[in-house]
Design a protein around this ligand. Structure first.
Ligand code: BG6
Ligand code: MG
Length: 215
């Protein structure tokens, strides 16, 4: 298969911000009086901020008004930003930088396709913006994953067809988004959670462009 572009989810693929999102949601759940487990957190990965809150409230069996929900997401985000404030380029996950460099050398385009409104700030902290030809994030997308909007906008920005793209994702909702968009998808993480991906890798160490051609 001829791959012209790679679209990367950010949280959990390039950097492990997923743990900070989890901690911030867990604190909110505790304030609301219920336990929130890491297994339940899987449902929030890749999902937009408000959609994540709705899942959390459903898990805790809690009703809230729109105003309360806005307050809750604002508080959660404030806490999340405190967690990531000190983030440095050394938090980029192992093998990611060499892989991004190899894409550049091979002339394969790259974009970020993230649900996060914090994506621009994180990319700046990690000093990786020069690797990407486009950044599509939660500020420009209206339909959350598993809707393919974020990746279709990425393909459009890169001027390639969906069938010429490979998406890298750590969330089940993101895998569905890629497949719904007619793209190939590589799951980064555990195969039990990412079983619908075309290929699952545990990380980018020893992962090379050659493997893209096998898809
Ligand atoms: C995704 C994360 O990348 O972004 C989700 O996987 C998160 O956990 C979503 O809820 C929205 O992020 P943010 O930074 O806009 O709250
Ligand atoms: Mg993710």
């Amino acid at each position: 298969m001829h791959i012209k572009a790679c679209l990367f989810d950010l949280d959990g693929v390039i950097v492990d911000t997923a743990k900070y999102h989890y901690l911030a949601w867990k604190e909110l759940a505790e304030r609301l009086g219920f336990e929130f487990t890491e297994a339940q957190n899987e449902r929030l990965k890749g999902v937009s901020r408000m959609a994540s809150l709705n899942i959390l409230l459903e898990i805790g069996n809690i009703r809230a008004s729109e105003t309360e929900k806005i307050q809750m997401t604002n508080n959660k985000n404030k806490r999340y930003l405190e967690f990531i404030e000190q983030m440095q380029p050394d938090e980029i996950l192992p093998g990611v930088l060499p892989f991004l460099e190899s894409l550049k050398k091979a002339g394969i385009k790259a974009a970020i396709g993230s649900a996060s409104k914090n994506a621009p700030g994180i990319i700046e902290k990690l000093q990786i913006s020069h690797f990407f030809d486009a950044i599509i994030d939660g500020n420009t997308v209206t339909n959350a994953k598993p809707n393919p909007e974020v990746f279709l906008k990425g393909a459009l920005a890169l001027n390639v067809l969906p069938s010429e793209c490979v998406v890298f994702e750590d969330a089940a909702s993101g895998i569905e988004a890629a497949l719904n968009g007619g793209m190939k998808c590589i799951g980064v993480g555990h195969s039990e959670i990412l079983q619908n991906a075309d290929l699952v890798i545990s990380g980018f160490i020893n992962f090379s462009i050659d493997r893209l051609m096998e898809l």
